[in-house]
Design a protein around this ligand. Structure first.
Ligand code: 2IT
Length: 447
């Protein structure tokens, strides 16, 4: 049995109730086998066994009082996964399906994503099984304050710096920051994704989406193709989808779909810049988590209830909703429609078997941990801005973001080439991300 198989066996035994975590680890470990073969000292140092075990896992009670005076209790998490190259860094997700397996898969992915940015940030993730949809502003505030009342003792600007993820946007970050500041009596960059008046970074809101599009542009350029004139299927309608749509429009592509948990929108005229783009923000801030109203507002757009957009023909597919929205069923549809490029916006949107099937059928895949790293990269720039007691201009941020995304693409492509895998960005990103973590961990001894 190979080293990787042995570690995966043990992982499955210990975490059998966390399928998403097992999926994420399997995907990474299988593709770094050539690096392990070249470096037998890693097995001797039990490097993989250490990498798959979070350094620290915090589970906590989040009690709060709803608008009817009823006491509610949610479960909060912070998984401090790996600090080999910097303080733990990663978002907080508030969604009803959150449990340890989701936070651990996200935290594990974050280790390699953050490594790929080239910046000094370790991997972590957190959240709660709290459903923000339909909650009043006061309820959101009370929940965030209670969440931070436990979390504050575990985090800090040099220890662990959370940010947003699904269900956690600028409003939630504001409430979390306010409570941290009260409890600690310290004004410090402990969270990123903050509002501009209190330490936030110009450009952080659109950074993830813009970065995804820069990455897609580099993928297409490798084959001598351009984004201009391309039809694009996008899923989701939240922050990541919005930034993606904006940049795609700017670069002359046409976005024909967005989606929500309620179904998808097909807009043959394109989700164009201006009113339509802005309506995505309205959909988000409505707190209802549905996209159907888009079709009522814009003539020519059609709503398909309960369906996903993967059967729509396009040149490029960019999932921006949530994990595992592309399974074998959707992958088969995409291949039938002649899909050439898949650039993953959301974290782990594709199941491992669907990913293998797409690759076998010639689809070029930009993996999420590389393609969506622009968000956390700008979070790290926000940390630097706060630590330096300064403010960066949007132009400074956009320029750095673009350089970082091109760098991630080129490093992933080079790592794949180095190991004789051709242009395989999935393996290349895992290899490039892993190498830096492995070298840092080896240098720091058994810890
Ligand atoms: O998945 C992600 O990279 C995020 N949710 C952003 C993390 C961050 O710390 O900005």
């Amino acid at each position: 049995m190979s080293y990787v198989e042995r570690v995966l066996d043990e992982l499955k035994r210990k975490n059998s109730n966390e399928p998403e975590f097992i999926q994420a680890v399997t995907e990474v470990l299988e593709s770094i086998k050539p690096v392990l073969d070249k470096n037998p000292q890693y097995e001797a140092a039990a490097l993989l066994e250490r990498i798959v075990e979070p350094e620290r896992q915090i589970w906590f009670r989040v009690p709060w009082v709803d608008d009817n005076g009823k006491v509610q209790v949610n479960r909060g998490f912070r998984i401090q996964f790996n600090s080999a190259i910097g303080p733990y860094k990663g978002g907080l997700r508030f969604a009803p399906n959150v449990y340890s397996g989701i936070i651990k898969f996200l935290g594990f992915e974050q280790i390699f994503k953050n490594s790929l940015t080239g910046l000094p940030i370790g991997g972590g993730k957190g959240g709660a099984d709290f459903d923000p949809s339909g909650k009043s502003d006061a309820e959101i505030m009370r929940f965030c304050q209670s969440f931070m009342t436990e979390l504050y003792r575990h985090i800090g600007p040099e220890t662990d710096v959370p940010a947003g993820d699904l269900g956690v946007g600028a409003r939630e970050i504001g409430y979390l920051f306010g409570q941290y500041k009260r409890l600690r009596n310290a004004y410090e960059g402990v969270l990123t994704g903050k509002g501009l008046p209190y330490g936030g970074l110009n450009g952080r809101t659109e950074a993830t989406g813009y970065g995804i599009v820069f990455f897609a542009r580099e993928m297409l350029a490798h084959f001598g193709e351009k984004l201009a004139g391309k039809e694009v299927v996008v899923s989701g309608f939240g922050n990541v989808a919005w930034g993606t749509v904006r940049k795609l429009n700017e670069l002359g592509a046409k976005v024909v779909t967005i989606s929500g948990p309620d179904g998808y929108i097909y807009d043959p005229d394109g989700v164009t810049a201006g009113e339509k783009e802005d309506f995505m923000l309205e959909l988000r801030s409505s707190g209802k988590n549905i996209c159907a109203p888009y079709a009522d507002k814009f003539k020519g757009a059609k709503f398909f209830p309960g369906e996903k957009p993967w059967g729509v023909k396009a040149d490029l597919y960019i999932p921006c909703a949530t994990q595992n929205e592309i399974t074998m069923k959707e992958a088969e549809l995409m291949v039938k429609n002649g899909c050439k490029f898949l650039c993953e916006g959301s974290n782990m949107p594709t199941t491992n078997d669907a990913m293998a099937y797409l690759a076998d059928n010639g689809v070029v895949i930009g993996p999420s941990k590389a393609a969506n790293a622009g968000g956390v990269a700008c979070s790290c720039i926000e940390m630097g801005q706060n630590a330096g007691h300064t403010v960066f201009s949007p132009e400074q941020v956009y320029a750095q973001l673009e350089t970082i995304m091109v760098g991630i693409h080129d490093n992933a492509a080079a790592a794949s080439e180095e190991y004789g895998l051709g242009y395989n960005l999935v393996a290349g990103a895992n290899i490039a991300g892993f190498k830096k973590i492995a070298e840092a961990m080896m240098a720091q001894g058994i810890c």
